[in-house]
Ligand binder design. Structure first.
Ligand code: BEZ
Length: 222
């Protein structure tokens, strides 16, 4: 039983809708406490398995090269791996020297795995001592809004990370849901009616694309 509890603590995963677990950690930009970090902004918090490895280098370079798009979405990037701060500094300088790409966002040095454990980034049947490729989308109230987990051998998709972030923000701002493959400019889903009266109203509504009372789409006026 005790062993089970330890396992649960070690491998528990925050879920969508949970408050993001707080932590203080050393990063390439100094100490970061999540609850004080990026006030009034979104955070895309992501892990990678190890410094000086190929897939991770392409992913971190992708975040760095598209940082302006995250800035434009009022979002701070925060990386993590179970490596030392010295390894991080060496890797950041090496990538800059070799490719000109600079990782201009904090990367947590989580050698004691304290943050990785809190975020379920250690998935023991994939790797015991390296974080998998996780992405947590954290809103300005520090609530977890979307979670992705990828294995060690498959890199993430930066277009999808940015699309999902934009979709969360549009959904919050306009109180709409977003259909399959939604991208900015596409129609959005009007919330379905919850009562018979609302359903009657919806059936008479004009200016929307109504397939049936439970599935209607509209253009977004922005
Ligand atoms: C990589 O980033 O290439 C990688 C890292 C850890 C394990 C496997 C691949």
């Amino acid at each position: 039983m005790e062993n089970q509890e330890v396992q649960q603590e070690f491998y528990s995963m925050p879920r969508i809708g949970d408050q993001a677990p707080d932590f203080t950690a050393s990063t390439t930009k100094g100490q970061v406490t999540l609850s004080d970090f990026a006030k009034d902004k979104w955070i895309v918090f992501f892990s990678h398995p190890a410094d000086f490895t190929p897939v991770c280098t392409t992913e971190m370079s992708g975040f760095a090269q598209r940082k302006k798009e995250f800035d434009d979405l009022n979002t701070e990037l925060l990386g993590l791996s179970i490596d030392s701060i010295h390894a991080h500094l060496g890797w950041v300088s090496n990538v800059k020297e070799k490719t000109g790409v600079y990782f201009d966002f904090p990367i947590i040095a989580d050698l004691d795995m304290s943050v990785s454990k809190k975020y379920g980034m250690l998935q023991p049947n994939e790797a015991e001592t390296a974080a998998v490729r996780a992405v947590f989308f954290i809103d300005p109230k520090k609530k977890i809004r979307l979670v992705m987990y990828y294995p060690l051998n498959v890199g993430r998709n930066m277009d999808e990370i940015l699309r999902a972030l934009k979709a969360l923000q549009v959904s919050d701002q306009h109180k709409v849901a977003l259909p399959l493959d939604w991208k900015p400019g596409d129609q959005v889903i009007v919330p379905p009616p919850k009562t018979l009266d609302e359903m009657d109203k919806r059936n008479k509504e004009t200016g929307i694309d109504r397939i049936d009372f439970y599935l209607s789409k509209k253009d977004l006026k922005v």
